[in-house]
Design a protein around this ligand. Structure first.
Ligand SMILES: *Cc1c(COP(=O)(O)O)cnc(C)c1O
Length: 230
């Protein structure tokens, strides 16, 4: 993928988002595009920012910190979407506006304690292991209410919503089943008194299904930037 192609790619993705939102009776403005830059050169991210992309997601801390530093002159919002090592929470608390992959109270407590006092609370989503896959992170659905209640008590974090990475499915109907489950879990938490406004779900292969089920943040890498360099 070359930076020159990005404007056309972003226009096409924007059209697909608009179509999926319209089909669901939703406003396309209610869906935030998170550009996932892992493995991609910072020049490509800069080109996306030039096209108006404001939100960027990164998985690997060292790579992320270098990109944040390189693009610090732009007003961008950075989201951490990778596995969190409990002993590496401080740079995450220092640098990011959002964390999508919180799944343990211990990590939540560290992020809350380390969030700089001059910064607003860190926005967090709880990652849910929606299909119970051993290879994936995330809290089990049954343990979600207790974790949500505990995280909601931490004043330096704002519990915004839920995130999932479902199993790969080629059938849109089956993709939607997983996303619908996450939406139901969100609704159950809100019925219990939480005020979650975020569903971080949908990637390049399934974002239209996610939008149909209520995604408010879709996390797109390949469809924007092409295959990740090896
Ligand atoms: C890599 C990644 C994405 C983007 O994946 P694509 O299929 O390239 O769009 C989204 N979310 C998470 C958590 C990721 O690790």
């Amino acid at each position: 993928m070359s930076p020159q192609n990005l404007p056309a790619v972003l226009r096409e993705v924007g059209r697909r988002i608009a179509r999926a939102a319209a089909a669901a009776g939703r406003n396309a403005q209610s869906v935030t595009l998170l550009a996932v830059g892992k493995g991609q050169p910072v020049e490509l991210l800069a080109a996306a920012a030039d096209c108006g992309v404001t939100d960027f997601g990164e998985n690997y801390l060292q790579e992320a910190l270098a990109k944040v530093a390189a693009l610090q002159n732009r007003a961008l919002t950075w989201h951490f979407i990778g596995r969190i090592q409990a002993n590496k929470t401080r740079p995450i608390a220092d640098t990011f506006t959002w964390v999508h992959t919180l799944d343990r109270l211990k990590v939540a407590e560290r992020l809350a304690a380390q969030r700089p006092f001059h910064a607003p609370p860190l926005n967090v989503c709880l990652q849910v292991n929606i299909a119970g896959e051993v290879s994936k992170g995330g809290v089990a659905p049954g343990e979600l209410p207790a974790l949500a209640a505990a995280v909601a008590q931490l004043s330096r974090l704002t519990l915004r919503g839920l995130m999932c990475i479902p199993p790969e499915e080629s059938e849109p109907a089956r993709q939607r089943t997983w996303f619908a489950r996450l939406r139901v879990l969100r609704d159950e938490l809100n019925a219990a008194g939480h005020r979650l406004d975020t569903l971080s779900m949908g990637m390049s292969a399934d974002f239209e299904s996610a939008i149909q089920e209520g995604a408010t943040i879709i996390r797109l890498g390949t469809v924007l930037f092409g295959a990740r360099p090896p």
